[in-house]
Design a protein around this ligand. Structure first.
Ligand code: NAD
Length: 446
């Protein structure tokens, strides 16, 4: 089948590439001409395991192509995906301007029936807004053309996006149009060979499903961070508690890791957007508000510890920072806890020597050149002449460091671990002062 995808970011590029790899003919459209030129030259704008080779193979096979020309994209296929960003507006609600711009563009250029598939994360009611806009533009063109609007939220995880897209847990389709549903079934048939993963529902339920999923996950994280804060004040160890509760199959081990807060392009904005949606209909979403408040507080836990240890004024201090991306296996720095940590350290007068396996370029792009930030080529280089080590992201490469050399290199044997990577007893044996999240005895100085 022929498919057009508007928006060539994490979602659009990964979805387009996976659809192409299954044999569909995919055209990816983006307004960022530089991105399109780069993609045509084999330069992939994001780091996502397995993506680069898949893009190159499918471009070479003629299954995947890129354009900045919206008209060309609209003409290419009946199926038109919208996979553009939905960033938070000033009040936290999802800003639909990019989604509606694409809808307008499709309506202005279409010369035949279209199935418009919304893959962006959008508030309940957006499909109705897209339908109204397309109808309005077609009416202005005096065009009798028909169209369907389908909701098809994306559940991929950055860092595992290709795998998630190739082997989805579920494919949610929101539509009541028999034609659109059958088109979507045919499109996704190659992903359903093992068993049917498609869940068809009404459009509003589909739109809400995406928010409910992300808000549930964010709630799990904030819940564990709340327990971690309690644990350390009560002299308990959250890692023991985690094992104790995870063994209950009703709770499970997934996604109950305490840490220095969630970040990324989705959880923070989706929690805020659903709070805003609830507020707009006069419903006070107490849980979601608490989830957000706890997360904001959690992002400051590491720096609070640093200042408890070294004093509020950090002039003349240098900190090694391991992990900049909001989670491992991505270079995405959007809402990353590391940013809050770095900015607070700078505010208190400290310097940062940072290392991340993938997010260094992105850090440079965001912060530019500044005297209080040194990006180091290795995790070991970041330690040189640093007063202490701070860990913000649980990259595998950080899990088993050489503690002897770490201790010799740092000015003080102090680790602030925002991801609970180490066994406090082991780190203590090496002579470190070890601050972790929610570990009763870890907040003592050994
Ligand atoms: N990143 C994720 O892990 C993830 C997962 C699930 C859902 N989502 C949702 O998917 C949507 C896209 O997210 P993303 O992370 O891929 O965004 P992104 O910012 O990485 O990419 C969006 C792309 O859309 C392009 N764009 C903007 N306006 C356009 C237009 N008029 N025509 C063509 N292209 C246009 C931008 O130039 C950009 O390249 C969001 O709603 C997001 O919430 C993201």
């Amino acid at each position: 089948m022929k498919v057009t995808i508007f928006g060539t970011g994490y979602v659009g590029l990964v979805t387009g590439t996976c659809l192409a790899d299954m044999g569909h003919h995919v055209m990816c459209v983006d307004i960022d001409e530089q991105k399109i030129t780069n993609l045509r030259n084999g330069v992939i704008p994001i780091y996502e395991p397995g993506l680069e080779s898949l893009v190159k193979t499918n471009v070479a096979n003629g299954q995947l192509c890129f354009t900045a020309n919206a008209e060309e994209g609209v003409a290419h296929a009946e199926i038109q995906f919208i996979a553009v960003g939905t960033p938070p507006d000033e009040d936290g609600s999802a800003d639909l301007k990019y989604v509606l711009a694409v809808a307008r563009s499709i309506a202005s250029h279409m010369q035949s029936h279209k199935v418009i598939v919304n893959k962006s994360t959008v508030p309940v009611g957006t499909a109705d807004k897209v339908s109204a806009l397309v109808s309005q533009v077609l009416a202005a063109r005096s065009s009798p053309l028909g169209f369907d609007v389908v909701s098809n939220p994306e559940f991929l995880k950055e860092g595992a996006a290709v795998n998630d897209c190739m082997k989805p847990d579920r494919i949610v389709i929101g539509s009541q149009s028999a034609h659109a549903i059958s088109v979507m079934k045919e499109l996704y048939a190659p992903f359903n060979r093992n068993h049917d993963r498609m869940i068809v529902m009404d459009v509003r339920s589909s739109e809400l499903t995406k928010y409910a999923a992300n808000c549930m996950l964010a709630t799990k994280i904030s819940f564990m961070n709340e327990m971690a804060n309690l644990a350390e004040r009560l002299g308990a160890d959250i890692e023991q508690v985690r094992l104790g509760i995870g063994s209950d199959p009703r709770i499970g081990y997934h996604f109950i890791y305490p840490g220095c807060g969630y970040g990324g392009s989705c959880f923070p904005k989706d929690v805020q957007a659903l709070i805003q949606t609830a507020d707009s209909i006069g419903f006070d979403s107490a849980i979601l508000k608490a989830v957000e408040t706890i997360n904001e507080r959690q992002k400051s836990v590491l720096v609070n510890r640093v200042q408890q240890h070294f004093g509020a004024d950090l002039q003349g201090k240098t900190f090694a920072l391991w992990g900049l991306s909001f989670k491992p296996n991505t270079d995405d720095m959007r809402e990353a806890p590391a940013r809050v940590v770095m900015e607070a350290l700078w505010l208190a007068g400290a310097k940062v020597q940072a290392f991340d396996p993938e997010a260094m370029e992105e850090t440079q792009r965001i912060y530019g050149q500044r005297a209080d930030l040194v990006l180091c080529g290795t995790k070991e280089a970041a330690l040189k002449d640093a007063d202490a080590l701070i860990i913000c992201t649980e990259w595998k490469n950080f899990r088993a460091p050489d503690f002897d050399s770490l201790k010799q290199t740092l000015r003080h044997a102090v680790i602030f671990d925002g991801r609970n990577l180490y066994d406090p007893d082991v780190v203590r044996r090496y002579g470190f002062t070890y601050y972790a999240i929610g570990r009763g005895d870890s907040i003592k100085t050994y």
